[in-house]
Design a protein around this ligand. Structure first.
Ligand SMILES: *Cc1c(COP(=O)(O)O)cnc(C)c1O
Length: 406
């Protein structure tokens, strides 16, 4: 790609030196014809692989009919997708939007409006979130995010957010009060390093929300749509959220987000209270319907659970004794390999060697392959990652004058 034209974009992304032009299942090809095994799925988006047949067929049929109408008209695709999502979750109502940040923004608005307009509690607006979390890039969602780097230069930020340490029950007890409108968290923190919420911590959140009449909101944008081995990550716990948000995997790569909520919240989003021009667009909801139907018909979350187990066993076996590997963790096919060193060079090595991976924080390699990747291809990809980690360990050992890994 010409340097000149690249300069036309704001430089807000630091890009890998790769231009991908074709994808099929869990394989991708760049403009030089080089083939890659995809272990990142466009950051946990293409959970059914690239260009999945049923989603493609549904989108193509919709392309021939109609692309867009206003939300001022009935959109049957939205009703069908809402039916699929509510029938397979604890939620009763759905609002559609276009991205993760928008879904979280709407979830925060829904919680605040529920107390302010439905229950007449004007001072109950505080949102409790957690360190290392990631909730998006709008002003409210970056304020909710527990990482300072996303906030730099964007002040002043909206009021009413409290950020607590993750998995810290004592801090939680001290912070949730009558002013709390919602406790808002990821059950596995994706961008923040693949940290999993402990069951006791989640149980305490649910208990405190009940005691203080606060809503439990889950950000399932990365953990949802089968990623952790269940359709939604909350199914691993003994809880039901009042609100949860989806985006990444919902449209198999077609942009769509959703807020799902319990029946009691219905009047909080009364007519005129919130909206989106493109939200739940005919094409986006067509992609969503085909994605959810495929996941249900093919038992995709179960496949993710089984593949995740095999991946964890393989990685733990192969990486045991690697001196730069601290931990292999995660749930289902949301996998983190924590290293003692920054992993940027290891990511580049993986890419050169034909496996696409990403980071989660500075020291964690994040593996988020398709949930339907053939087992052999997955193990082939994981082998490339392990070899890159072995080379990095040898290099670190050589630098430290150790012979352990040479
Ligand atoms: C990706 C992500 C978001 C933001 O989604 P966008 O579509 O980029 O706005 C929010 N929360 C979590 C947990 C995510 O992984």
């Amino acid at each position: 790609m010409s340097e000149n034209l690249q300069g036309l974009l704001f430089p807000n992304y630091s890009k890998f030196p790769i231009t991908l032009v074709k994808g099929e299942g869990s394989k991708l090809w760049d403009d030089q014809g080089k083939e890659y095994i995809d272990l990142m799925c466009g950051v946990a988006v293409t959970n059914l692989g690239h260009v999945p047949a049923k989603v493609k067929a549904k989108l193509q049929a919709q392309l021939d009919e109609l692309w867009h109408v206003s939300n001022l008209f009935h959109i049957p695709n939205q009703y069908r997708l809402a039916e699929l999502l509510t029938a397979n979750s604890c939620a009763d109502h759905v609002f559609f939007c276009n991205s993760g940040a928008e879904a979280n923004e709407a979830a925060i608005k829904l919680a605040r409006r529920y107390y302010q307009k439905v229950k007449g509690m004007k001072d109950k607006y505080e949102i409790v979130t957690f360190k290392q979390s990631f909730h998006g890039r709008t002003l409210a969602t970056l304020t909710a995010t527990g990482q300072d780097k996303v906030k730099e230069g964007f002040h002043p930020l909206p009021e009413g957010f409290t950020i607590l340490p993750y998995n810290d029950i004592e801090a939680l007890r001290g912070a949730v009060s009558g002013k709390t409108a919602a406790v808002f968290l990821e059950l596995v923190q994706g961008e923040g390093g693949i940290h999993t919420a402990e069951p006791a911590f989640v149980a305490e959140i649910a208990k405190l929300c009940e005691e203080h009449d606060a809503l439990l909101i889950l950000d399932e944008i990365q953990t949802g749509m089968g990623r952790t081995g269940k359709m939604f990550a909350y199914e691993h716990y003994d809880i039901e959220p009042d609100i949860f948000t989806l985006a990444k995997g919902l449209g198999s790569g077609f942009p769509i987000g959703a807020v799902l909520g319990k029946a009691k919240l219905k009047d909080a989003f009364a007519a005129g209270s919130h909206g989106s021009t493109f939200g739940g667009n005919l094409l986006a909801t067509a992609a969503g319907i085909a994605t959810v139907e495929t996941m249900l018909e093919e038992n995709v979350p179960q496949q993710a659970a089984e593949l995740g187990e095999k991946a964890a066993v393989f990685l733990r076996g192969r990486l045991a004794g690697n001196p730069i590997v601290n931990d292999v963790r995660g749930k289902g096919l949301l996998i983190g390999i924590e290293c003692t060193v920054a992993v940027g060079d290891i990511v580049s090595d993986c890419h050169r060697s034909g496996a696409l991976v990403i980071t989660a924080g500075t020291n964690v390699l994040r593996l988020v392959p398709s949930l339907v990747i053939p087992e052999e291809l997955l193990l082939q990809g994981l082998t490339i990652v392990c070899e890159a980690l072995e080379r990095a360990a040898a290099q670190a050992g050589a630098a430290a004058g150790s012979k352990a890994f040479v």
